[in-house]
Design a binder for this molecule. Structure first.
Ligand code: NAG
Ligand code: NAG
Ligand code: FE2
Length: 614
């Protein structure tokens, strides 16, 4: 489950040209930043962090590894109290123009770093440690797409027992029954009140977290199981430990550590799967097929084009400095050098029609069909902020796409006869997502309904889904203890010096396990840039030019969409002020704003850009 990061110079590894601070990678002409924008600054900032700050910090911290001793020590990062070694300051001064220094490194060339205060600790410095907040972030945090309903007990595994032995969970009813408000496991399964954050199979050895939906609508974590490979080989199954919530003593310290490991596993899944794979990467083939097969005058080109803005550029940059071998991600995320392997492996499980939000919720068992509910769906966790807000946005996009497509396609026949549209879809399936061309689940693109659903999914992924996954990175993850991404130690065993240290100083053990200073500072610098909007961003419901079409009906439908998006935002604000909806605020008192459509530029924790642009 845990890897200590060691980057060796292996000749079989991909290596990169030293491009200094230029970005000399081929991106098709049409897709280059064609506009003066802050994104140029943002990419400059990313490059500076990775190419200037990272190697310097690496060498300095290698010689004198520094650890945080207490949470107060970590908080100094936001108060201008972390001293940067002199050598680093010199290299930064020599390489980065003065006007960039303040923005990028949070220093004006002085020796102290100062980051903005992340929202998760803005009101209360310690509420993130509560169990309620830990669970709430599965519904309103930056990876709210993973929790699912648990329908069997103990949780099973889909891994092949011939290869992996018995991987069934070792969580028993004794571990959890005392926390079920007097019910039995069977009762709560039948009532659909048991949930799981299951990272076990995807990582083979990782974590399972069980949660119970309480009467007041909040989730209570019941147990965390952490698994490691069997020393005598995979076929012997996993070696697992179960932790349960305890309020006091060393059991509480162990429980806090267990929650930290869940954070690590979930952060890796978030960055590589939910974020990189499920938004940035899967959209690229659509961009290429659209440019190659649809003329710029084609109505579907005009519909989709705003949702592709800057994506090829940001992905090229990501491949150059973030996800590449030896890049920033491998240093800051626990999957280390296996990161891309992990991501490409899970591409096998990606299913296009299931990216539609209603399908996703049904598949995870967190919603059921119910014609008496709005949109025909009943959420089993009623106060599930990502799902509630997401459904509003999803159906607004769908109505817009439907209105727009109806202007140009009056019947199914017109879809079949549109040669450009058919070649677009053929190229997308057979070349763009060519590894999946045999899948029978692709829409056939023979009916209006198939065109509408397809375009809705593309727009949803590029806009709202990416926004929900991306712009909370700093608000939640800018404080690494809340969202650790890498660990350097296993859970201490009784009778070891590490265990004694845990007894003596649990906070220090927690920080030593999850928050090495170098990785924390590098990680915070990165998510700070990645959570920003450029000042000329275009948000959902807007276009960068009014004259994108001269068709009055299309313009009218678009104006209606823009109005609907504004109304939805008002509704979200009202819900955030409703104290009954506890999961929207939680103990950290941080309203759920990640799906507010509008935003200013900068680090706002809100705003749905049309496209994946950072
Ligand atoms: C919800 O109910 C549980 C169990 O009664 C309680 O411990 C918890 O504090 C409640 N949460 C809120 C936010 O009221
Ligand atoms: C849009 O087109 C109209 C008519 O051709 C023109 O008068 C107007 O200035 C254009 N608007 C913009 C923003 O280009
Ligand atoms: Fe992103």
């Amino acid at each position: 489950m845990l890897y200590v990061v060691v980057i060796l110079a292996d000749p079989k590894y991909e290596s990169r040209l030293n491009l200094a601070l230029s970005l000399n990678i081929y991106v098709p002409r049409d897709e280059r930043f064609g506009h003066l924008k802050l994104a140029d600054f943002l990419s400059y900032a990313l490059k500076s962090i990775v190419q200037v700050l990272k190697p310097e910090f690496e060498s300095i911290f290698d010689k004198t590894p520094n650890e945080f001793d207490s949470f107060e020590d970590v908080l100094k990062l936001y108060e201008g109290g972390l001293e940067v070694p002199e050598g680093v300051v010199k290299v930064i001064r020599d390489n980065v123009p003065l006007e960039m220094l303040k923005e990028i490194f949070r220093t004006d060339g002085e020796r102290f770093l100062k980051f903005p205060l992340p929202q998760v600790i803005a009101v209360d410095k310690f509420a993130w440690r509560t169990d309620e907040e830990f669970a709430r972030e599965m519904l309103a945090g930056i990876n709210p797409v993973m929790i699912r309903s648990l329908e069997e007990f103990p949780p099973a595994s889909k891994l092949d027992p011939k290869v992996y032995g018995d991987q069934t969970s070792t969580i028993t009813k004794e571990h959890i029954e005392s926390n079920l408000e007097g019910h039995t496991i069977n009762e709560v399964i039948i009532e659909r009140k048991l949930f799981i954050l299951d990272h076990h199979d995807a990582l083979t050895y990782a974590s399972r977290t069980l949660l119970f939906l309480q009467k007041n609508g909040t989730l209570k974590p019941l147990a965390i199981e952490l698994s490691l490979p069997h020393p005598e080989g995979d076929q012997h199954g996993a070696i697992s430990k179960v932790f349960v919530p305890e309020e006091k003593g060393v059991e509480n310290s162990l429980w806090q550590l267990a929650k930290g490991y869940v954070g690590v596993v979930d952060s890796g899944y978030h960055q590589l799967i939910s974020h990189w794979l499920h938004t940035h990467a899967v959209i690229e083939p659509f961009i290429i097929a659209t440019n190659r097969q649809l003329s710029v005058l084609h109505p579907i080109y005009k519909l989709l084009h705003p949702h592709y803005r800057d994506t090829m550029n940001i992905n090229a940059l990501g491949r150059q400095i973030l996800i590449n071998a030896g890049g920033a991600l491998e240093v800051t995320v626990f999957t280390s050098k296996y990161s891309m392997e992990f991501s490409s492996m899970l591409y096998k499980d990606w299913v296009f029609p299931e990216q539609a939000l209603p399908q996703d919720l049904l598949k995870r068992g967190v919603a059921v069909k119910d014609s008496s509910c709005p949109h025909g769906l009943k959420l089993l966790i009623e106060d599930y902020p990502f799902a509630v807000d997401g459904l509003e946005i999803w159906f607004a996009i769908k109505t817009w796409v439907q209105d727009y497509c109806s202007v140009y396609y009056k019947d199914d026949e017109s879809i079949k006869k549109d040669a450009e549209l058919q070649s677009w879809w053929k190229e997308l399936r057979e070349k763009g997502h060519g590894d999946k061309k045999e899948e029978i689940w692709w829409p056939k693109m023979q009916t209006r309904e198939e065109l509408i659903e397809t375009c809705t999914i593309i727009i949803w992924i590029a806009s709202a889904l990416h926004a929900a996954i991306n712009f909370g990175q700093y608000p939640y993850g800018g404080y690494p203890p809340n969202r650790p991404a890498i660990s350097s130690k296993l859970v201490p065993e009784k009778g070891t010096p590490e265990y004694d240290e845990l007894l003596a100083n649990p906070d220090k053990t927690y920080l030593k396990t999850f928050t090495s200073q170098f990785k924390a500072v590098l990680g915070i610098s990165l998510v700070e840039i990645l959570s920003r909007h450029s000042s000329d961003e275009v948000y959902l419901g807007q276009r960068d030019t009014e004259n994108w079409t001269s068709d009055a009906e299309a313009l009218e439908a678009f104006a209606k969409f823009g109005k609907k998006i504004e109304d939805i935002e008002e509704g979200m604000k009202r819900m955030n002020n409703d104290e009954k909806l506890r999961n929207r605020y939680g103990p950290v008192k941080m309203p759920y704003t990640l799906l507010y459509p509008s935003s200013e530029g900068g680090l706002t924790g809100r705003g749905i850009p049309n496209s994946v642009s950072i």
